[in-house]
Write a protein that binds this ligand. Structure first.
Ligand SMILES: CC(=O)N[C@H]1[C@@H](OP(=O)(O)OP(=O)(O)OC[C@H]2O[C@@H](n3ccc(=O)[nH]c3=O)[C@H](O)[C@@H]2O)O[C@H](CO)[C@@H](O)[C@@H]1O[C@H](C)C(=O)N[C@@H](C)C(=O)N[C@H](CCC(=O)O)C(=O)O
Ligand SMILES: Nc1ncnc2c1ncn2[C@@H]1O[C@H](COP(=O)(O)OP(=O)(O)OP(=O)(O)O)[C@@H](O)[C@H]1O
Ligand SMILES: N[C@H](CCC[C@H](N)C(=O)O)C(=O)O
Ligand SMILES: [Mg+2]
Length: 488
């Protein structure tokens, strides 16, 4: 039991009706999860308004309401706290509820359009391999010093974040690396967390269904840096034109990283092949298993972060060279007989797809054909669909357009939107097969000796989501099984 008054510490309150000296069991923002003695936070969402469920929450036993607007019918047994912003109130209350676990460890947040999962997962591996107790909050999973917990969001809601940080504190975690998505910042999911540092990877087209314009999307990301404390570091990609914008108004210590511009942390690519990257970092040669220029940025960012957290340079360089890749990010294998290479990559934005295709093109030889299988998710930014099909057909020899989590949309409508982006000279390169398994089978059948198949968009995902149901589907399993059968 906690006192409501203690949970409200730092919350910007307009008015209180009733007493705050009451005990509450837990903080809930979904009326369907309310139980006796909870405090219900009413949030105005994208689909509905939590204020409509206040009565329901009271029926289920809630004793206190945190609201932006007072209901006309008030219940005299209930306390109403009117706040300026319910999202912010929820986040601050969640941190108070769990007694600010983020203050008891070094928490680093990574934001940007692409590379968040890669960067946070590499940081997790690096620190863990160096013997530190480490935590991770990512799209793929939450890790508490080796213990994996399934997750549905990239950046979970504030109660979930603080609950996991609390468990990390209990496990003696010293460092935690977390992804900070634009939805997470916009909905204040990370408000009230104490960050030791932040990292900006890059900014390109995504989520323009949720954020009205690109400028709004950029400014939401920037807010994360605006709110870092003066004691924190802000490591930013200086080669990205939005990098300097991100840190323009931050109080944190600004540190740039770049391959092409003069700045605090610089690297050069000496070699870039299927086996990995050879970099020159701060005068040292660094070999890494990660592939492609974009991964040179990710590796440089984690090196900069480790340096800012006070680790020893040589130890860090040596450990980075041993790190494995990240699940579903440029994960690849080559078959034994026909030497076909299959690459599974989570590229689900135009920029990521372009980077992955350019990376493959820069390392393949002329007689190795590139066959790309790609789709675009339903109920997500539809403006990226023609662009991704255009990129795929411009940079591959053959493309199979297919489905990627249609959700509640008709897959054929999504595919029509993708097809509209294919240029006439590339019509012959492209076919559409809505069934993803058939699309992968067709790619495997098309592939000749030494050809390369890229399956983009789903990476680590183990499902295909259709009308609210997640059906088992793993690109990695499908392509391995199909290619192995063909080689028998
Ligand atoms: C668009 C979006 O981000 N939606 C998130 C948001 O829901 P919402 O604002 O739509 O909520 P709503 O349905 O309008 O309801 C408003 C309020 O009423 C409450 N309610 C609703 C019904 C009811 O009966 N009783 C009740 O109390 C709800 O709990 C909520 O508090 O707040 C919910 C609670 O935290 C989230 O679960 C939900 O994520 C949805 C499922 C989602 O798909 N989000 C994705 C887009 C997302 O957040 N993605 C980013 C990563 C993107 C990237 O990869 O870059 C992420 O961080 O995961
Ligand atoms: N630094 C980078 N710059 C550009 N593209 C990248 C970078 N790192 C990874 N990618 C590409 O983007 C894809 C997604 O990478 P990753 O999962 O690390 O990004 P993310 O930011 O976590 O994405 P999400 O928003 O879905 O959480 C990768 O599979 C790869 O194709
Ligand atoms: N976190 C991203 C992942 C997209 C992955 C892709 N497979 C899709 O379903 O669109 C989102 O929810 O928008
Ligand atoms: Mg991610």
């Amino acid at each position: 039991m906690k006192k409501l008054r203690d949970l409200l510490y730092k919350v910007s309150i307009d008015k209180v009706v009733g007493v705050t000296d009451v005990n509450v069991e837990k903080i809930v923002f979904d009326s369907r999860a309310v139980a006796t003695d909870d405090v219900f936070v009413a949030i105005k969402g994208t689909a509905s308004d939590g204020h409509e469920y206040i009565e329901k929450a009271i029926e289920l036993g809630a004793r206190a309401m945190v609201v932006e607007e007072l209901p006309t019918d008030q219940n005299s047994d209930v306390t109403y706290v009117v706040v300026e912003n319910s999202h912010k109130a929820l986040a601050l209350m969640a941190a108070n509820f769990y007694e600010n676990p983020s203050r008891d460890m070094k928490l680093v947040g990574v934001t940007g359009t692409n590379g968040k999962t890669t960067t946070t997962s590499l940081l997790y591996q690096l620190f863990k391999n160096l013997g530190y107790k480490t935590g991770l909050i990512s799209t793929v999973e939450i890790l508490i010093d080796g213990k994996s917990i399934a997750t549905k969001h990239t950046t979970p809601d504030p109660m979930t974040i603080n609950e996991h940080l609390d468990a990390m504190r209990g496990a003696g975690v010293d460092y935690c690396f977390m992804e900070v998505s634009s939805h997470g910042i916009a909905q204040e999911r990370v408000t009230g967390l104490h960050f030791a540092g932040g990292i900006f990877t890059n900014l390109s087209h995504d989520h323009l269904d949720y954020h009205a314009t690109f400028a709004e999307y950029r400014d939401v990301k920037k807010r994360f840096f605006d709110e870092l404390p003066a004691t924190a570091f802000a490591i930013y990609n200086k080669d990205d034109k939005n990098g300097p914008v991100m840190v323009q108004n931050t109080k944190a210590i600004k540190l740039g990283y770049a391959l092409k511009t003069y700045t605090d942390y610089q690297a050069q690519i000496l070699e870039n092949q299927f086996g990995g990257l050879l970099l020159k970092v701060n005068g040292h040669e660094l070999w890494t298993k990660m592939i492609g220029e974009f991964n040179a940025y990710n590796v440089l960012a984690i090196y900069a972060c480790a340096m800012e957290l006070g680790l020893t340079e040589l130890e860090v360089l040596e450990t980075i060279s041993k790190l494995d890749g990240v699940a579903g990010r440029f994960q690849y294998f080559t078959t034994a007989k026909s030497h076909i290479t299959a690459i599974i990559d989570y590229a689900h934005t135009p920029d990521a797809l372009k980077n992955v295709l350019e990376t493959i093109n820069s390392i393949r030889t002329k007689n190795e054909n590139l066959i790309t299988v790609v789709g675009c998710g339903g109920d997500r930014d539809n403006t990226k669909r023609p662009i991704m099909a255009n990129i795929a057909t411009s940079l591959s020899d053959k493309v199979i357009l297919t489905s990627d989590n249609p959700r509640t949309e008709d897959p054929l409508t999504i595919l029509k939107e993708m097809e509209s982006g294919v240029e006439p000279q590339n019509f012959k390169k492209s076919i559409t097969i809505a069934d993803r398994e058939q699309a992968i089978k067709t790619a495997a059948n098309m592939a000749g000796e030494k050809d390369i198949i890229l399956i983009a968009g789903k990476g680590h995902e183990t499902y295909q989501e259709i009308n609210g149901i997640r059906h088992d589907f793993d690109d990695r399993l499908k392509i391995t099984t199909i290619l192995n059968q063909l080689e028998k």
